[in-house]
Design a protein around this ligand. Structure first.
Ligand code: ZN
Length: 255
């Protein structure tokens, strides 16, 4: 059995002794969960059978050729955790590692997930970002955490997220997003739905933030909308549902 990757790729090493990084974005299919979590749910907090979640997480790690996985239990904040061992990390919205063979994953079901690939061919990061993440600049905080380790972002991947017109919000919410870290992020994220109501394209805001902080980074964004695509979990569409993941790992084989 294998989780179905809705998108995947390899970021090649830039240096001769560097390590490539594999990434994969999952959807609903290929896992062992049942009911509203069928079948590839990766989150423990949504009411799914813990054994099924554990099995799905093992399948997630296998997508990037490892058995070691660190997952975060995101809280819509901007805290960043450095990890060098498997397990679940609570209370943060970004994970960073430089351990080859350790997969790190961000989970979501409409929010944006982001993978950042360091220019050092060692460091990788994953970020969970909804509208609050734009306001609290979780992407900027993660890039700053990489810079503190003297690592620049060489490439980024943004996983499937709800699109702007599928995410209408009240004017007050749009006003909050207007106070994002930069005006360009707010401009990228705020859209106008057909009925005139504001909408938030979180992934567009994320792409803007990565590009303005790391102008030379190669940034790829999934075009898929979680709410429109039945192959993806969507909280806004289904309420009680699972979470898909964006997972990344550097090629393993010793330290
Ligand atoms: Zn949509």
């Amino acid at each position: 059995m294998a989780l179905t990757a809705v998108a995947s790729g390899v970021v090649p090493a830039r240096t001769r002794d560097g390590r490539s990084a594999a990434w994969a974005a999952t959807g609903r299919d290929g896992g062992v969960s049942t009911g509203p979590f069928a079948s590839a749910n990766l989150a423990g907090h949504v009411g799914d059978d813990p054994d099924a979640v554990a099995a799905n997480r093992a399948l997630l790690a296998a997508l990037v050729d490892t058995t070691d996985l660190a997952v975060m239990d995101a809280v819509h904040g901007n805290a960043v955790a450095f990890v060098d061992e498997p397990g679940e990390v609570a209370g943060v919205d970004a994970l960073v590692t430089d351990r080859p063979g350790l997969a790190i994953a961000a989970l979501a079901a409409d929010c944006a997930t982001v993978a950042l690939f360091g220019h050092d061919d060692r460091t990788v990061a994953v970020v969970h970002c909804g509208w609050q993440g734009l306001v609290h600049d979780v992407v900027g905080e993660t890039v700053a955490a990489l810079r503190a380790r003297r690592v620049a972002v060489a490439a980024a991947v943004v996983g499937p997220a709800v699109c702007g017109t599928c995410y209408p919000v009240p004017d007050e919410r749009a006003e909050e997003v207007r106070r994002s870290r930069t005006a360009a992020v707010a401009a990228a994220a705020l859209v106008r739905c057909a009925d005139g109501q504001p909408g938030i394209d979180v992934a567009a805001g994320v792409v803007q933030r990565v590009q303005e902080l790391s102008p030379t980074a190669v940034v790829a964004r999934s075009p898929r909308c979680t709410r429109e695509d039945p192959d993806l979990f969507s909280y806004r569409r289904d309420g009680v549902t699972g979470r898909q993941g964006l997972v990344v790992a550097r090629a393993g084989g010793g330290a």
